[in-house]
Design a protein around this ligand. Structure first.
Ligand code: KG4
Ligand code: ZN
Length: 336
């Protein structure tokens, strides 16, 4: 079975073809709108929708052209149905439905966060259910027990800002370019971790609560900036390094607690923030006794391959097939 996957939930137009027989991606294309949104310091939904409209069909054509198969060999189409921005989601959904109806093949809307989680199965043959997952992206911060495909238990989530959102907001405070995560990571390389004291939110309670909160950490960065008379580059680098360290420490503590509570030994980390090398290193060293799986860097951030693979898993399970498109800008993994 060969599945065409379409990702348009935010600011990346991603397309890929997954082949179940060879368990591989035959070809894929990605266009990032980062430059389009950079001057606004964040994603403008209307601009994003319009750009997906312009880029999606050429990317689909180019993905098929380079796959070594023609469109008649495609058995199904999957698209991101949510969570995400309504307009951008609709662009992908309408394209998926139009192509599927024209080619007389099934189509299915998949959950973007489930795709971030499942893509690890595509990349790691040794990963097996059940496993713990930490999903850290621009819109989410979730700790999940994955029991099987389609069976997820949310153990903890952010009460306010997502981790990526905190990176983006702190980057803006530091005057860095969007997206904030890679900018902070780069600046932090010149700074000293621990040089500025910052909180590790919700990590001291005896109850070992698995929820997260990052807005206080962001405010602590704001006060550190306000209290500093000379905002030198060296100070900003120290602040970036200290912030990154505080995030990594917080994630590490929560993962330890969740592994303890669930008695699971495998931990999968996914989502855009999982691309951060410092956080990868801290979690890998801090959780040495467990098996930790990170996606490859290009599979951390949004991509079409994770949608194609998730569509394959869903269509293979037989019970999922859509007759009309649906988009769900808010769609929790626990509702799958
Ligand atoms: O998963 P993703 O591509 O899109 C969403 O589903 O949200 O994640 C995007 C988020 C952004 O907030 C971005 O700043 C963050 O991931 N990010 C990073 C890094 N690369 C991307 N955060 C920290 N370090 C990075 N290297
Ligand atoms: Zn994502």
């Amino acid at each position: 079975m060969k599945i065409l996957g379409i990702e348009t939930s935010c600011d990346e137009t991603g397309v890929a073809i997954y082949d179940g027989k060879s368990n591989s991606i035959l070809s894929e294309r990605l266009f990032s709108q980062v430059n389009l949104h950079a001057k606004f310091g964040g994603v403008i939904p209307e601009l994003s929708s319009r750009d997906h409209v312009l880029k999606l069909l050429p990317l689909i054509n180019s993905t098929i052209d380079s796959s070594g198969i023609n469109e008649k060999c495609i058995d199904g189409i999957s698209y991101t149905a949510g969570p995400g921005l309504r307009g951008p989601l609709l662009v992908g959904a309408v394209m998926a439905e139009s192509l599927a109806k024209g080619w007389e093949i099934p189509f299915i809307g998949v959950n973007h966060m489930e795709a971030h989680l499942l893509v690890n199965l595509l990349e790691n043959a040794s990963l097996t259910f059940p496993f713990l997952t930490l999903l850290i992206s621009g819109g989410h911060c979730l700790l999940i027990k994955a029991n099987n495909i389609g069976s997820y238990q949310v153990l903890g989530e952010t009460l306010d800002d997502a981790v990526g959102e905190a990176f983006d907001k702190v980057a803006r405070l530091l005057g860095l370019v969007y997206p904030g995560g890679p900018s902070i990571e780069k600046l932090a390389l010149q700074g000293n971790t621990g040089s500025i004291k910052l909180p590790r939110p919700m990590t001291t309670g005896k109850t070992k609560n698995l929820d997260f909160s990052f807005s206080g950490l962001k405010t602590a960065v704001l006060y550190a900036l306000k209290n500093e008379s000379k905002l030198t580059n060296a100070f900003k680098a120290d602040l970036a390094a200290s912030f990154q360290e505080a995030v990594a420490d917080t994630l590490l503590i929560k993962c330890k607690w969740a592994l303890e509570k669930t008695k699971l030994s495998q931990l999968v980390i996914g989502g855009g923030v999982a691309a951060n090398s410092y956080i990868r290193d801290r979690l890998t060293h801090g959780l040495k006794k467990n098996k930790i799986f990170f996606p490859s860097l290009e599979r951390c951030t949004d991509n079409g391959a994770m949608i194609a693979y998730t569509g394959f898993c869903k269509l293979m399970s037989g019970s999922f097939k859509d007759s009309k498109i649906r988009v769900r800008p808010k769609w929790s993994l626990s509702e799958i």
